[in-house]
Design a protein around this ligand. Sequence first.
Ligand code: SF4
Length: 361
Amino acid sequence: MGNPSAAVLLDWYDRHARQLPWRLLPAQLRRGRRPDPYRIWLSEIMLQQTTAATVGPYFRAFLDRWPAVVDLAAADLDAVLHAWAGLGYYARARNLHKCARAVAGEHGGVFPDTEAALRKLPGIGPYTAAAIAAIAFDRPAVVVDGNVERVMARLFAVDENLPAAKARLRALAEGLTPQARPGDYAQAAMDLGATVCTPRAPKCLMCPWQPECEAQALGIAESLPRRAPKAERPLRLGIAFWTVRSDGAVLLRRRPERGLLGGMMEVPSSDWAARGPADMVAAPVAADWRELPGQVNHGFTHFRLELRVLAAQVRKNAKADGIWVMPDALGDHALPTLTKKVVRHAFAHACRAPHPSTSSG
Ligand code: SF4
């Protein structure tokens, strides 16, 4: 069995590269077009934890509104968070804005072109720095995402569990990364994982590396990469307080900047604790609280959350920390998915006012 070669994969990419809104195809590069680092950076931040199909419309909307990094830097953070709603992980949107400001303010609106300098920017970790260096600047950076890990694990039949196998998979990927066309190669390896060497039912007959693939020869491709069994995510409990003023306005407040959903609007809630809040100290205002039927469930990466929702009507001049929002204006705010769930739950069970426009995301 021979060694897999980058040239074979690049040949395949020349014929099968996916058309993506942020991508220049090999033929366009040959005609002298150069990638726009702003577009590559924006797409890479959006693609973290999100599929290319979901990202497409967001990417176009951001570009329409903020065509260059200096435009994004000059935007209001709230406008950016609002446009981001639906992509999840709002810390990324906040860092996106911070990074745009750093590029505009400290680099004259021009992205640095090395991995080391890119990593100093907010929100750019090792993977994203490597991807931008390779794709935007054609540097031979080693770009390893989940797709590439899977391809390497199969190509070299690595049966060690992830995440322990990461260093080895990276070293294998490094060994294949070419000096010629490294940007196309990085995208080719990711495309191969996304379209051919898929997690289930890899299409080995269509794979340019099939003759060299050890896992395929051994008949174990689909079982790789191996993963350590996942621990069950713990459950945390909390209470959300649905506070409705006599004129119909509801109370929202901004979460602390640090921590989960940092800086995002929420229906005021207690801490999220393993055992559940023991009392009502978190209530935003003294009132006659009653519990709504059912609960709101939400999954975060490291825990599951179960929120009970308590509702109360208060006087028009009631004092409470936060902002009062009329139901038909809720859609004007960048609400994270958890807040939208609480709002929908409350409207379904407590309120006769019309349902606000809180599309899911
Ligand atoms: Fe993946 Fe099959 Fe190609 Fe091996 S031959 S890299 S398992 S698609």
